[in-house]
Design a protein around this ligand. Structure first.
Ligand code: SF4
Ligand code: SF4
Length: 96
């Protein structure tokens, strides 16, 4: 998945282990293999290859996944620009 890597540490993807029931839907639908099933829980193996398409969150039956689909690239670029200028960065998930 190295070829799919975007900016580091900016993806809005979050997984709540408490809510996960280990159904494996996120593993099946993710086009970038961000998740693996370990025992009865899903785990994020590589946040930085997430392209924030939102498929995992839409298909999770327990709402264990949260991702701001479609804003990550823009947020990442803005944060990179702000970081370079030492200005406070925007929120992880939205431009608030
Ligand atoms: S789709 Fe949701 S409940 Fe199912 S394994 Fe993934 S995170 Fe867990
Ligand atoms: S948002 Fe898309 S790329 Fe990111 S983890 Fe979910 S399914 Fe995979």
């Amino acid at each position: 998945m190295k070829g799919f890597r975007y900016l580091e540490g900016v993806a809005t993807l979050e997984l709540s282990p408490e809510a996960c029931i280990g159904c494996g839907r996120c593993v099946e639908v993710c086009p970038h293999q961000v998740f693996v099933l370990e025992g009865k829980l899903s785990r994020i193996v590589d946040l930085d290859v997430c392209m924030e398409c939102g498929a995992c969150a839409k298909n999770c039956p327990t709402a264990a996944i949260r991702v701001d689909a479609g804003v990550g690239c823009a947020t990442g670029l803005i944060n990179e620009w702000l970081r370079e200028r030492k200005i406070r960065q925007v929120g992880k998930g939205c431009c608030s």
